[in-house]
Design a protein around this ligand. Structure first.
Ligand code: ZN
Length: 447
């Protein structure tokens, strides 16, 4: 670096340019993404007209990305800077040939940094595979070595998880943390994003992540179990699902099944029958649908019938009874979580056997797949079981909801129906009939 500076001074002397200032960003490559304060100061001085020429050792010291070069060229043009000299190659940005060469250099430098960053990435991956911590910020719950637990904070995380799994929202957790005067690791106060990040992080479950994916056990102490983290993720996924669902025009989309073949019924796309404005649910044949294609039902009477049945059910003694036994849901979830944890342990064991060469890759995969499938199913079951909270709020409100039903938007209506109805089977009937034989509709209740 000192040598390069010396060369630049010599070039200035050769050309008879007085040195206005020297801008040196030590150890900050243009690629690193860290702010280059001196470079920024130089740009400001060029813009203001305080400097009218630039000497640089090599153009790649100036910019590593083509887009930065373009910005620099534009700046030179607009502020009348004509003289840009380099020690390694004489380039005049003021003419087309010079600019062309500069662009080639910039493109080459960008490729070179890309290669460098691949080396850095490989090193990071290696650290990740060994379960080593990374990052410059102390994670909440841990000392600055990122391995030792900071007990007071670990206890807070434990409580965050318990509260979240008991039904608290991210927002209410954030308010609680701020009200309780618990200091975050870096920021001044808690934000919902930080709370979400902690809850979903593999870190607190003793898992090392790389690019957002868990790649194995970490070297630090876990605060919660991987199974608990699975429950957190499942709960978050169900919440996200109910929030970002695409708008629907068919109330019972996805909830009806064909009484002939058992396949899901689809709402009939309007454009496929422009002459016929009657909305229908139909069984569709073909590779994307796979039904028998031999069942159709007119939409509105089924929707009215099932809405009525749902609202009646919400006020029914059966529902009250079912909810009274709701503690069994928690027991189910606990059992599923235990199973999930055991399966996860089996997977780890298998991976260990494979790593030790005790089983072949084929044996490993053959043994792994059914376990992975079971884990996925358990996650779905947990999500399903923990999603009954809304029915608790709705129970006994059937009559009230009936009064305002038409004012509710379709997402809300659907959420209410889904709180108690799993699906309904539509039995074959007279397809031409506009009135509905109520015996064709067989609801399967969730609760
Ligand atoms: Zn069918």
């Amino acid at each position: 670096m000192a040598r390069q500076l010396e060369d630049c001074r010599k070039l200035a002397a050769d050309r008879g340019w007085p040195i206005g200032d020297e801008y040196v960003d030590n150890d900050v490559s243009a690629y690193s993404g860290k702010p280059r304060r001196e470079y920024a100061r130089m740009l400001a001085d060029l813009t203001s007209g305080a400097r009218d020429a630039v000497i640089v050792y090599n153009l790649d010291r100036l910019h590593r990305r083509p887009v930065e070069l373009e910005e620099f060229v534009t700046l030179c043009e607009s502020s009348g800077v004509r003289d840009v000299a380099t020690v390694t190659a004489d380039i005049d940005l003021g003419n087309d040939d010079g600019l062309f060469m500069a662009r080639i250099f910039a493109a080459f430098a960008a490729k070179e940094s890309g290669r460098k960053s691949a080396r850095v990435r490989r090193k990071l991956l290696q650290n990740a595979e060994q379960g080593l911590p990374h990052g410059s910020v102390r994670p909440f719950g841990y000392e600055s070595d990122k391995i030792t637990l900071r007990d007071a904070e670990a206890k807070v995380i434990r409580e965050m998880v318990d509260r979240y799994l008991a039904g608290a929202s991210i927002r209410s957790l954030t308010i609680w943390l701020n009200d309780a005067g618990i200091a975050p690791a870096v920021a001044k106060s808690w934000q919902t994003s930080a709370v979400r990040q902690i809850l979903t992080s593999g870190r607190i479950a003793g898992l090392r992540e790389h690019h957002g994916e868990v790649i194995g056990p970490a070297t630090w102490t876990a605060i919660i179990t991987p199974a608990e983290r699975d429950r957190i993720l499942a709960r978050m996924a169900t919440r996200a699902l109910t929030k970002t669902r695409a708008p629907r025009t068919y109330l019972l989309s996805g909830m009806l099944r064909c009484g002939r073949c058992g396949n899901r019924l689809f709402s009939q796309a309007r454009h496929s029958n422009p002459d016929n404005r009657v909305r229908r649910y139909v069984c569709l044949k073909g590779p994307d649908h796979g039904g028998c294609g031999r069942l159709t039902v007119v939409a509105s009477p089924v929707e009215e019938l099932l809405t009525d049945a749902v609202l009646t059910r919400l006020d029914s003694p059966q529902l009250a009874e079912a909810l009274a036994g709701k503690s069994s849901v928690d027991a189910d979830v606990a059992a599923l979580a235990t199973q999930l944890e055991a399966d996860q342990a089996r997977l780890d064991e298998l991976a260990g056997l494979y790593a030790a060469g005790a089983v072949s890759a084929r044996e490993w995969i053959a043994a792994r797949d059914p376990i992975t499938e079971r884990i996925a199913q358990a996650r779905r079951d947990i999500a399903h079981a923990t999603d009954t909270s809304s029915v608790v709020d709705l129970a006994g409100c059937g009559e009230v909801l009936r009064g305002q039903w038409d004012d509710l938007d379709i997402d809300r209506q659907q959420a209410i129906i889904k709180s108690v109805l799993d699906h309904a089977v539509i039995a074959p009937g007279n397809p031409g009939s506009r009135s509905l034989d109520i015996n064709r509709v067989q609801p399967a209740w969730r609760i």
